[in-house]
Design a binder for this molecule. Structure first.
Ligand code: MTE
Length: 343
């Protein structure tokens, strides 16, 4: 049994080099609070093309900014989002974490370093119009409006465990579609080996980016076979409602067998690459946060144990499962790989 603490003392995944700057960050974040108008900052690269807003955004037009703090209505209308449609391996029967906990206990450093700040600051994030630039090693590069994406792919509910690298976990009923469906449509070239995901870069909407606590924008990545795996999804909602800003609205990555930090939030770019992307946490502390980040109770974080986890809403700790309980589905992706070295 590991002698390491069960979870990080401060409940933060902050790498050691960042501890000292944290105080300064909190001070400056407090300063920014209240200064943002939430209007006019602009999505820096957005090119319009918001042609299909009516299906899932009611009467919004591309010029309408979503009022700060409000999410568009559920994107579910006309889709297969009713719930247990996916079934089987896509739906764990473990008790679901409460909606209140899922939307109030968050990691989203661009909206604040504590667990409660993201919910308080989420109103700054303008959720429409929104587009995702699909680029790199694909035959059909395009900047795709979010509502177009929502029309392309029927939404499914997937009830997944989420295990944070900080040793807490939740069970979340996501609403979304398989990433593979989008990638197939983009037609990867033969050179595409990885997929890189990037969060919106906008210092007004995401005030945490005014500090250098991490290198912005937040970048994550997957090998292409991981990205194409049927469990990997792009989520646009949870509990049948549109995602809120603190959970990575309007679209975020969900990879249930990996630590939660792989789940890049508020995505504006999906880029297929030949080389392994340089990901944010891996760059900040390569000894602590690997590129693979597969949930693995046998490999401790250098500063705490990964053997057990605290399920939010429960009192007793529970054992952490290899690949977060999805080993049967995904262990084969890593045959021949030393999971201690490629952690
Ligand atoms: N994405 C961005 N852009 N910024 C972040 O700080 N935090 C990650 C991940 N995605 C993070 C992010 C971490 S550490 C976790 S555990 C999950 O988001 C938390 O997702 P949740 O707040 O929806 O539970």
């Amino acid at each position: 049994m590991s002698k390491l603490p069960k979870e990080p003392p401060a409940g933060e995944i902050t790498p050691p080099a960042l501890y000292l700057r944290r105080r300064e960050f909190i001070k400056s974040a407090a300063l920014f609070a209240g200064t943002a108008s939430g209007i006019g900052g602009g999505l820096v690269w957005l090119t319009g093309g918001a042609a299909n807003l009516s299906a899932s955004s009611g009467s919004r037009t591309p010029g309408d900014a979503t009022p700060p703090g409000s999410a568009p209505p559920p994107p579910a209308a006309g889709s297969s989002s009713s719930g247990a449609n996916a079934g089987g391996r896509f739906v764990t029967d473990e008790a679901r974490t409460s909606y209140e906990d899922i939307v109030s206990y968050n990691n989203f450093y661009e909206l604040g370093l504590s667990k409660s700040e993201p919910a308080k600051n989420a109103g700054r994030l303008r959720l429409r119009p929104w587009a995702v630039a699909c680029e790199g090693e694909i035959k059909k590069p395009a900047v795709i409006d979010l509502d177009t994406l929502l029309q392309w792919f029927p939404l499914e509910e997937r009830v997944y465990r989420m295990r944070c690298v900080e040793a807490w976990s939740m069970v979340i009923p996501w609403l979304g579609f398989p990433l593979a469906a989008l990638l197939r449509r983009l037609e990867p070239t033969s050179r595409a080996r990885y997929v890189q995901f990037t969060t919106l870069l906008d210092r007004e909407q995401l005030p945490g980016q005014q500090s250098d606590v991490l290198d912005w924008p937040y970048v994550e990545g997957l090998r292409i076979d991981e990205a194409m795996h049927p469990l990997t999804m792009l989520a646009v909602g949870l509990y049948g409602k549109s995602l809120l800003g603190q959970n990575g609205a309007p679209i975020r990555l969900v990879v249930p067998w990996k630590y939660g930090f792989k789940g890049c939030k508020s995505i504006v770019s999906i880029k297929l690459t030949e080389r392994q992307p340089r990901t944010t946490w891996n760059r900040a502390a390569p000894d602590e946060y690997g590129f693979y980040a597969n949930v693995n109770p046998a490999v401790d974080h250098p500063r705490w144990s990964q053997a057990t986890e605290r399920r939010i809403g429960e009192l007793r700790r529970r054992p952490t499962l290899p690949f977060n309980g999805y080993a049967e589905e995904v262990a084969g992706l890593y045959s021949g790989l030393d999971l201690r070295e490629s952690f």
